[in-house]
Design a protein around this ligand. Structure first.
Ligand SMILES: *Cc1c(COP(=O)(O)O)cnc(C)c1O
Length: 374
């Protein structure tokens, strides 16, 4: 089975992890974290060209901590897409605030600017654009809306490490950016995440929030939790950073292979391929196509799965259609009509382009399209 994503772990990764075990240095409750955590943060800092990186134990923790750092609380509203992993909305619920779902664009599946404008009100405190599939959201427009109303912008960059918007790394454009290093992501520490910011005060807040609000021993100053990243995970992260550029290059050439092979089906009007706008560069976390006909999408998906190719529908269903959010919509969520989200849900399919997929496997993907669409 070719999974939709697969971590690339080599001898160097093993060695980095074994070194932590030999040193018996599994974690540190110090304000700035353990040695590996600090080294991993430094590597991310220079890669992203951002002032502060705070490593945490998941992408979910990163978004939760980011919301806490700007004081999001019960009664507040936070605007985000429903077409994302549920963690984005769950983190809002964890603060007691209300997630307000905005629709997405039909072409790139990122948050729809006009729908944000419709949903902003006096309770709105923050916007969380999600760079879904590694596609950067329209950050200039989002920041315009936010600055005119003094809202915070928290980028959910959990899928977009390495994606660029106007030559800048996604995650570094808003007030705060959140990354995930879960096993399926572009760069992995098994479980892990990070918050990035150029703001010194938010950095100080986040160091406390990561560690029960403590600074020197048991002196809890703000509300926090244990969100620390273990040293074993940070060691994996350090090893992964050494080959991040190589991994991204392989994703890009795999995506080009699929793009060239599927182009004719786009010309025949059967599907739409992922297309980078002039000011956006994708990290190719996923290669997501949209079919014109839902029935063809399902035929292709089943054909690929039968061939052992993990083609996947993200997100099936979108958050507002999951049982928890549907059943508690009145209490927790501002109800929304999300027509593009529901269209996307029934028409998209993501294909694997990760570094461990072979050209043979990519050719087999194309063969399935040929057989079914001809
Ligand atoms: C993976 C992901 C998260 C959550 O990250 P975890 O590390 O799994 O907690 C949040 N948002 C998006 C868009 C993600 O893809």
């Amino acid at each position: 089975m070719i999974p939709i994503n697969k971590p690339w772990l080599d001898e160097d990764a093993k060695q980095e992890v074994l070194n932590v075990l030999s040193e018996n240095s599994l974690t540190s409750p110090a304000k700035n974290g353990g040695k590996r955590v600090q080294d991993f943060e430094s590597l991310l800092k220079s890669y992203l060209n951002v002032k502060h990186v705070i490593a945490v134990n998941s992408g979910t923790s990163a978004i939760h901590a980011a919301l806490l750092s700007i004081g999001i609380k019960p009664g507040d509203e936070v605007i985000l897409p429903s077409f994302t992993f549920v963690a984005t909305a769950n983190s809002v619920i964890a603060t007691g605030a209300k997630p307000v779902f905005a629709d997405v664009n039909k072409n790139d599946f990122t948050i729809d600017i006009n729908d944000i404008k419709k949903k902003v009100n006096e309770k709105t405190k923050a916007i969380i654009p999600v760079h879904l599939y590694g596609h950067p959201s329209d950050m200039d427009e989002i920041i315009d809306i936010a600055s005119s109303r003094s809202l915070s912008v928290i980028e959910d960059a959990c899928q977009s490490l390495g994606s660029l918007y106007n030559q800048k790394q996604t995650g570094t454009i808003g007030h705060l950016g959140c990354f995930s290093f879960y096993a399926s992501k572009v760069l992995t520490t098994g479980e892990g995440g990070a918050i990035v910011t150029n703001n010194d005060d938010l950095h100080e807040q986040l160091l406390m929030i990561r560690n029960h609000g403590m600074v020197n021993g048991y002196d809890t100053r703000v509300f926090g939790l244990n969100l620390r990243l273990p040293e074993l995970s940070a060691a994996l992260g350090i090893s992964q950073m050494k080959k991040l550029n190589q991994m991204l290059g392989m994703r890009k050439s795999n995506a080009k292979f699929l793009f060239d092979g599927l182009k004719k089906f786009e010309q025949d009007g059967l599907l739409a391929l992922p297309q980078e706008a002039a000011n956006k560069k994708f990290n190719w976390y996923l290669f997501t196509i949209a079919f014109k006909e839902n029935s063809r999408r399902d035929l292709i998906k089943n054909g690929l799965v039968k061939e052992g190719i993990g083609a996947t529908i993200y997100y099936d269903p979108p958050i507002h259609k999951t049982p928890f959010y549907e059943n508690n919509a009145a209490e927790y969520v501002a109800p929304s009509l999300l027509s593009n989200t529901e269209w996307a849900w029934s028409h998209v399919l993501s294909l694997p382009v990760h570094p461990l997929i072979s050209e043979d496997d990519l050719s087999r993907i194309l063969k399935v399209f040929e057989n079914i669409l001809k």
